[in-house]
Design a protein around this ligand. Structure first.
Ligand code: F6P
Length: 358
């Protein structure tokens, strides 16, 4: 009997179910022995507190196209994983106990950065772990692309497309605020796809004066309207120079709901232009996975299945140079993949007249 535990952890995204279906299908179609899948509910919480159910083959029918996660998810921050819970429970020990009690052969974790970080100590403590790279942020090191990312790019691009017509009608400046506190992959890609005039990402701190200069120049859209794609984590050059402590202190007295509203107020003050802010928010993580993500997640799931059948553990399954690859978990855990300001996509965008507000 092959016993496999599976959980989805952290913020959800569109192709979690498609990925689990990939794992289930590839294992059950090729295994020479009977297989049982245990689904842990609401992420690591399910594994810590022994909340799980046996998954039936019927659970995997019709879920290739279904967004969200059939297992539920939650955030259990990595920094708290070694701290006892409110009842003094050692979480890592508790997870190991549940794993051994169920006599699992392996644990499959679908998660982003924090979740992969948590998977690593479990692997180091002897559990057979495989992780799959989930997040709309695309910020996981060791894979060119994460599942969920492309579906989110589609959603944000559609949002920007729709803003174009109303921005033009009213001759307004529009700011579309896009998810990504630490990295700007989503903002960069959706911004380019949506033809944004200014793209602000955390990796390239902005200068307010330059943003005003671009808005006031008549080169873009005849000066009639302007689209800014702004990452949640966009930061000014002066703030980027602050230490982490100084920046945290500054945020304590921050009066705006987010960076976009601060930018909007400053732009209106300096230029007299009407500015509107649109925040697609969690729509970016919602709905059905796009075809790209369905293929990617199915391929990742299939490879995870192959690794399980060969007893190869301690890997994240990733995607590199159009091939599915396995990357040692210890090499991935805790590493953020950021946009390099020197990347060719940045240079190409600039050649098309996109400003990064530098
Ligand atoms: O990590 C994915 C992500 O969607 C980020 O882009 C975003 O900043 C964050 O999650 C939002 O988290 P929550 O769903 O907890 O509000």
């Amino acid at each position: 009997m092959l016993r496999i535990g599976m959980l989805t952890s952290g913020g959800d995204c569109q192709a979690l179910n498609a990925t689990m279906r990939g794992v289930f299908k590839s294992v059950t179609l090729s295994s020479k022995e009977p297989v049982e899948f245990y689904g842990f509910e609401d992420g690591y919480k399910g594994l810590i507190y022994s909340h799980f159910h046996l998954l039936e083959s019927s659970d995997f029918i019709g879920i290739l196209t279904r967004g969200g996660t059939i297992l539920g998810t939650s955030r259990v921050p990595f920094k708290t994983i070694r701290q006892p819970d409110e009842n003094g429970l050692d979480k890592v020990e508790a997870m190991k106990q549940v794993y051994y009690k169920l006599q699992l052969n392996c644990l499959v974790v679908l998660g982003g950065n924090g979740s992969t970080k948590t998977a690593n100590p479990l692997s180091e403590e002897g559990l057979n772990v495989i992780t799959l790279p989930k997040t709309i942020d695309n910020d996981l090191w060791g894979t060119d692309v994460t599942f969920g990312f492309q579906s989110a790019v589609d959603i944000v691009t559609r949002a920007i497309d729709e803003i174009h017509t109303t921005a033009n009608s009213h001759g307004r400046v529009f700011i579309i605020e896009i998810m990504g506190h630490k990295t700007g992959w989503l903002t960069l890609n959706a911004g380019m796809a949506g033809g944004a005039d200014i793209i602000l990402i955390p990796e390239i701190p902005y200068d307010m004066k330059e943003i005003i200069r671009v808005i006031e120049s008549k080169d873009t859209n005849g000066g009639r309207f302007m689209i800014l794609a702004v990452a949640e984590g966009a930061i000014s050059k002066s703030d980027a120079k602050l230490s982490k402590k100084e920046y945290q202190k500054k945020l304590e007295n921050y009066i705006f709901p987010s960076v976009s509203y601060e930018l909007a107020e400053k732009i209106t003050k300096k230029t007299g232009r009407e500015v509107r802010v649109t925040v697609p928010g969690h729509t970016q993580r919602g709905g059905t996975p796009d075809p790209y993500d369905r293929v990617l997640s199915s391929r990742l799931g299939a490879e995870a299945g192959r690794l399980i059948l060969h007893g190869e553990y301690g890997f994240m399954v990733g995607y590199h140079n159009h091939e599915i690859v396995k990357v040692p978990l210890k090499d991935v855990a805790g590493k953020l993949k950021t946009v390099s300001p020197d990347a060719s996509i940045i240079k190409e965008a600039k050649m098309l007249g996109v400003s990064f507000g530098e």
